[in-house]
Design a protein around this ligand. Sequence first.
Ligand SMILES: [Mg+2]
Length: 190
Amino acid sequence: MGDERVKTEGMQIIGMFQVLPKLVVFDLDYTLWPFYCECRSKHEMPSLYPHVEGILYALNDKGIDIAIASRSPTPDIANTFLDKLNIKSMFVAKEIFSSCTHKTEHIQKIHLRTGVPFKSMLFFDDEKRNIQAVSKMGATSIFVENGVNLGALRQGLAEFSENWNTSEKNKLKWLKKFCKSSNSSEEEQK
Ligand SMILES: [Mg+2]
């Protein structure tokens, strides 16, 4: 499938959802491209997984910001590759540094830079430990096995909507409970 077709299909998928993330955060190695940058040379020409470019453009066109959270020990190679692929300027935040945390530091920095709350973020990564750590922060986190593709996008947006609706329902439940208990304590005071 060509990039334009992927983009069109990606936009159709995004259009199916009423609630959307404000920011989509991607890991790099084995999520956007099929290699570890530290094993490559800056002088090579990298390539992305087949659906990635179309998906990035679809998100961009729909006004959804995108960011990178990568624990790569070679940010210079990662940045050179993003430049060579002509996608570097598409990202509102790029946190590329090695860290002993499972991306929580990266996501925290992206939050501080963009002001987007964790619960409004959708995150894609190929490592389960990162998925677990970031979902605990409140971001919808999707494990990808063969890179980001249209199926992962659809799954991510569906899980994001589900999480959003659950948290809204819980908020309402809490409010009802709170109003009830404050009403009954008012009654008691009378
Ligand atoms: Mg990775």
